[in-house]
Ligand binder design. Structure first.
Ligand code: FO1
Length: 312
């Protein structure tokens, strides 16, 4: 059984590769929920949705979020009513949030709702939210502390980042199955997700980091930083703002206490000795996932690194 700790689009693309090379039933995905927000009375869970849509073949892969062939009629009507429309909810995507919100209001947990959604979309992997509690990322900027989606979507990640906090994290508990999966895993993969606001919250849920340190399973990470920048999203700018090195070494350092190996893009091969100096085995590979073949190839590299760590 392979456990993947996942944020949004980078993780979702990696998972598309992983399910080409291992049976989806052998994959458990633990997903960040600290990006979640409520708008128009609806509960939106962007990273869960990214994974749901990518694994069901529904994703708008070029845009990186939402559903393919989407229309925005409801959003246009909301605009006529003077409602906020900076967060673009498509008509098909709205159905996901309607169903999720109804089930949550009926008393189901986010874990149960996520399981119902993935079954309905025909996804074989188990998808676990990191927690069933409400945790909310907030970003400190010169304009003050901003809710994550306000910083990221409404203000287009344009504010300098001075701090990050996860409101509610101390009271949160890992969702059912998370600690069990980490303990029983044959291998654990940290997806190429934002280390600060995607993987950061998962590891900050009380008990998760300790479970990663205690598990017998090898743990392999994949750098989301290539050539000094991120493929998508503001991870580079966040790392810089928080005083971390914007490189695979800076990311590996954040997780060095857990990692057996860290996959670094060929472009950054010269940084391998600096990763090794952290006590983490560097693995050099092509990490840019342009199409299905590259996604599967990266998944094979990650599985190879896990097998190699197990053999040591
Ligand atoms: N990202 C945007 O940049 N603009 C949007 O309008 C937007 C809408 C949206 C709707 C539903 C959903 O599940 C995700 C959406 N995202 C949008 C993506 C999301 O804000 C981020 O990509 C993640 O939170 C970061 O992992």
């Amino acid at each position: 059984m392979i456990v993947v700790l996942a944020g949004g689009v980078g993780a979702a693309r990696f998972l598309q590769g992983l399910v080409q090379v291992v049976s989806p039933e052998q994959v458990v995905v633990v997903i960040n929920t600290a990006d979640d927000c409520e708008l128009h009375g609806l509960y939106i869970s962007p990273d869960i949705d990214s994974v749901l849509y990518h694994l069901s073949g529904l994703a708008d892969e070029a845009r990186g979020w939402g559903v393919r062939d989407e229309t925005f009629h409801a959003l246009a009507m909301l605009a006529r009513y003077g409602a906020e429309t900076w967060f673009q909810l498509g008509d098909r995507d709205l159905a996901t949030h309607l169903v999720r919100t109804r089930l949550l209001r009926a008393g189901h947990s986010l874990s149960e709702v996520t399981d119902a959604l993935r079954r309905a979309l025909g996804i074989g992997c188990r998808l676990l939210p990191m927690t069933d509690a409400r945790v909310a990322t907030e970003i400190e900027t010169p304009a003050g502390w901003l809710p994550f989606q306000v910083y990221f979507v409404q203000r287009r990640a344009a504010d300098p980042v001075r701090g990050v906090r996860f409101r509610g994290i101390e009271e949160a508990r890992p969702a059912p199955g998370v600690l069990e999966a980490l303990a029983a895993a044959d291998g654990i993969i940290l997806a190429p997700s934002n280390p600060v606001v995607s993987l950061g919250p998962i590891l900050a849920v009380p008990g998760v980091r300790a479970a990663l340190q205690a598990t017998r399973a090898p743990i392999v990470g994949i750098s989301p930083i290539v050539g000094g920048a991120t493929i998508k999203g503001p991870a580079d700018q966040m790392l810089r703002g928080l005083g971390h090195e914007v490189s695979p070494v800076g990311v590996a350092r954040l997780f060095a206490d857990c990692l057996s190996a860290f996959i670094v893009d060929r472009i950054d091969a010269a940084l391998a000795p600096a990763v090794a100096a952290l006590g983490v085995r560097p693995v050099i590979a092509d990490t840019i996932m342009r199409g299905p073949a590259e996604k599967a190839a990266l998944a094979r590299v990650a599985l190879g690194a896990l097998a190699e760590a197990r053999a040591r």
